[in-house]
Design a protein around this ligand. Structure first.
Ligand code: NAD
Ligand code: AHE
Ligand code: ZN
Length: 370
């Protein structure tokens, strides 16, 4: 079949809207009509050539919601007409990691996914006979996409696509980082670096968890109002501040340091500050941000000797098929806010504007509605 898609033909170039050829689903796969997709900073990072796994030409996008239109042989858990959210972190329920109960990082298809291919080692997308690669196993910047059955979460049909697509990455990542990875407890003092599409969800997760201080940090002053909307108690604009001064201020506001800090910037210098502002003896810093290829984190080992912990999280530690439908329910029950964060609604033809708005700090989330 044919599908309209925004294709990343080359790094650092605008996406091009073209009609691609799309092969139907093979055994264990499903064809999904994507109804809406968010634009996450990770898409921008890959398009900007900063992803060590970035492959071109490819169809980016990993934050979608849509409807199953066809299923391949052997597919039993979803059927045509089901509403689904694609999962860049699938859940096979059978691999060592899924069975361990210790992590959401299912390994069933990670190797081929990282190469832009379906589990059988081929792509379903092509353009004028040339292979176009998948991205993060999702490729939601295409109106139709093919996904492994284990990489879709079935969701309730009354959830609007335009807002529930955000649960495919940003909402789940931010809220899950707090509730699943960190397991923030009532009364904990929390510090969040980067109040964008992910960080604001960390803030709403911290509020839900009953955190005491929720200190938001950004270099964009307009993010102060945004943070307050979601439960932030204090704000610090660190533009021009040294690491030492930033840490001293955070230690003062949090009565000795953060119980939990979160990096949602992807900046490795910020990650260091996020670790070092943690409370001596127990504070834990969680890295959410994705750093560009070649970057490394560093700190004095003494920071860890004196009891600070450095951890990370992917997709908020959520097991997609199990947890995503629950998060959709929480949204529909009004326990999680999404609508105000969708600042811009675009057509597929306008998708490059979504990247410009993100880079200019003018959007929280832009969503493309097909
Ligand atoms: P975004 O562009 O919406 O937000 C980033 C925010 O960080 C902005 O408000 C920006 O002003 C702020 N910022 C930038 N530099 C800063 C600095 N030096 N100090 C303080 N604040 C600073 O991006 P997003 O969509 O929220 O994504 C945030 C990061 O999380 C990205 O690196 C993205 O790739 C990553 N991410 C990771 C996961 C995961 O599963 N681990 C999931 C989604 C996104
Ligand atoms: N490809 C990059 C790493 C990118 C990365 O860490 N991705 C996150 C999700 S970001 C969503 O917006 C993730 O899930 N990581 C775990 C995984 O298995 O990819 C690189 O550095 O090579
Ligand atoms: Zn994302």
């Amino acid at each position: 079949m044919k599908t309209r898609a925004a294709v990343a033909f080359e790094a650092k170039q605008p996406l091009e809207i073209v009609e691609l050829d799309l092969e139907g689903p093979k055994a264990g796969e499903v064809l999904v009509e994507i109804m809406a997709t968010g634009i996450c900073h990770t898409d921008a990072y890959t398009l900007d050539g900063l992803d060590s796994e970035g492959i071109f030409p490819s169809v980016l996008g990993h934050e979608g919601a849509g409807v199953v239109r066809e299923v391949g042989a052997g597919v039993t858990s979803v059927k045509p007409g089901d509403h689904v959210i694609p999962l860049y972190t699938p859940e096979c329920g059978k691999c060592k990691t899924c069975l361990s109960g210790k992590s959401n990082l299912c390994t069933a298809i990670r190797a081929t996914q990282g190469k832009g291919l379906m589990p059988d080692g081929t792509s379903r997308f092509s353009y004028k006979g040339q292979t176009i690669y998948h991205y993060m196993g999702c490729s939601t910047f295409s109106n139709f996409t093919v996904l492994p059955e284990i990489a879709v979460a079935k969701i309730r049909e009354d959830a609007p696509f335009k807002t529930s697509c955000y649960i495919g990455c940003g909402v789940t990542t931010g809220v899950g980082a707090v509730t699943k990875t960190a397991q923030v407890q009532p009364g904990d003092n929390v510090v969040v670096f980067g109040l964008g599409g992910i960080g604001l969800n960390v803030i709403q997760g911290a509020k839900m968890a009953g955190a005491n201080v929720i200190l938001g940090i950004d270099i964009n002053p307009e993010r102060e109002e945004w943070g307050k909307q979601f439960g932030m108690t204090h704000f610090l604009n660190t533009k021009g501040m040294s690491r030492e001064d930033t840490i001293a201020k955070i230690v003062e506001i949090t009565d000795g340091g953060a119980d939990f800090s979160f990096d949602a910037t992807g900046n490795t210098e910020v990650m260091r500050t996020a670790l070092e502002c943690c409370h001596r003896g127990w504070g834990t810093s969680i890295i959410i941000g994705v750093a560009e290829a070649g970057k490394e984190i560093s700190t004095r080992p003494f920071q860890l000797v004196t009891g600070r912990n450095w951890r990370g999280t992917a997709f908020g530690g959520a097991k997609g098929r199990t947890d995503v439908p629950v998060i959709v329910d929480m949204y529909m029950d009004g326990k999680i806010k999404i609508d105000p964060m969708i600042t811009h609604t675009l057509t597929l033809e306008e998708i490059n504007k979504g990247f410009d708005l993100m880079h200019a700090g003018e959007s929280i989330r832009s969503v493309v509605v097909y």
